[in-house]
Ligand binder design. Structure first.
Ligand SMILES: Cc1cc2nc3c(=O)[nH]c(=O)nc-3n(C[C@H](O)[C@H](O)[C@H](O)COP(=O)(O)O)c2cc1C
Length: 194
């Protein structure tokens, strides 16, 4: 067992989940963190999965994941029709995969929205302010380079509330896997076969 792995056969379930979720928390504030870029999957209107890379912006109550996006993007319209979403993380440094499934919602007003706009990590006024909506056909890349540089017209948050989380700690052939069923009253954690 390499020292860098955070879960070993000796780790208790509670300790394992504490360590895994601590790594997710770190990613919110550390720009180069391996868990910072996460794959978000949604379901489109033909029931096909759609995935894309996003930045993890917040993780709260050990179950709520927040990302920032453009309210005109396909992921937003998909979530408004079908709120099923999943997140996939992989940290190569510690050989840890982390998967989340749950329900997503879009936040585009209110105190939390304003706080996130004010504190957004990317201070570029070009984020979420393109004149042409994402996904529109254009004749050349340059046609998209126009922005509304004042205001927040298309900024929104996507919040994913976990219903199930799972980690897989790789270690040669002796992998370690566990799931957590998230519940308002009490979460249930168990080891599962890798
Ligand atoms: C490293 C990386 C980080 C990204 N972060 C975000 C992000 O935080 N929010 C976002 O909306 N798109 C982000 N994108 C762009 C998305 O992957 C995607 O291309 C875009 O959001 C359109 O997706 P959609 O049409 O499925 O909605 C990122 C792309 C890369 C490569």
């Amino acid at each position: 067992m390499s020292k860098q792995f955070i879960v070993t056969p000796e780790t208790t379930l509670a300790e394992a989940w504490e360590r895994v979720l601590a790594r997710v928390n770190e990613a919110v504030s550390e720009s180069g963190h391996p868990f910072r870029y996460v794959t978000l999957a949604t379901v489109d209107k033909t029931n096909s999965p759609q995935q894309r890379t996003v930045v993890l912006r917040d993780f709260s109550d050990d179950r709520i994941f927040t990302i920032y996006t453009d309210s005109r993007s396909d992921k937003v319209s998909q979530i408004l029709v079908n709120d099923s979403a999943s997140l996939l993380f992989y940290n190569e440094e510690i050989k840890l995969q982390f998967r989340v499934s749950g329900s997503a919602s879009v936040v585009n007003a209110g105190e939390e929205y304003k706080r996130n706009w004010d504190n957004r990590g990317s201070k570029s006024p070009h984020s979420y302010t393109s004149v042409i909506p994402p996904g529109t056909e254009i004749k050349s890349p340059k046609e998209a380079y126009h922005w509304h540089l004042e205001g927040t017209p298309n900024f929104c948050l996507i919040k994913i509330v976990a219903e199930r989380m799972e980690f897989l700690q790789l270690d040669g052939v002796k992998h370690i896997r566990s799931e957590k069923i998230v519940d308002d009253k009490e979460d249930t954690e168990r080891w599962i076969s890798p």
